[in-house]
Design a protein around this ligand. Structure first.
Ligand code: ZN
Length: 154
């Protein structure tokens, strides 16, 4: 398998095609946060919305366009973290970021367990230009959670 084929593993293509959490919904939640992110390098764009109840993500939806990597990443994120508590979300975000900066080297079992199918993105870490594509939805999630959290305090 060539590096390029490895980057576009079937599982990534599947997630890009069957978009989990795609289509923005209005959450029935205690607090709501939304974030819009653009990756100008590639033209990827995403709007991600979360609903939080206490420390749990009770709603996670997004809308976006761009390359397969960015769409698959958002799709995977939604499947992994819709319903997760904020601590798990934070750990998963950190693990995914670490995966993107591992230059193609797999992470340890503990973090791979958190990431489940998202470990398929390991090959993307070898292509610095594509790392942003994979991370854009995760940046949107972090920002949306921060906005929702500020909302509850205000
Ligand atoms: Zn892209």
């Amino acid at each position: 398998m060539s590096d390029l084929e490895q980057m576009y593993q079937q599982v990534i293509l599947d997630y890009a095609k069957t978009r989990r959490g795609s289509g923005l919904v209005t959450p029935d939640a205690a607090s709501v946060g939304e974030s819009h992110q653009v990756n100008t390098t590639c033209g990827d764009e995403i709007t991600l919305r979360v609903g939080l109840d206490d420390d749990r993500i009770t709603s996670l939806s997004w809308e976006g366009q761009g390359c397969s990597i960015s769409q698959a990443s958002a799709s995977m994120l939604a499947e992994l973290l819709d319903g997760a508590d904020l601590r798990t979300a934070d750990e998963t975000m950190e693990a995914f970021k670490a995966l993107m900066h591992s230059k193609g080297v797999p992470l340890g079992d503990e973090r791979e367990d958190l990431l489940e199918d998202a470990t398929a993105f390991v090959g993307v870490g070898k292509y610095p230009a594509r790392i942003k594509c994979a991370l854009i939805s995760w940046m949107a999630l972090r920002d949306a959670i921060a906005r929702a959290t500020v909302g509850t305090e205000g």
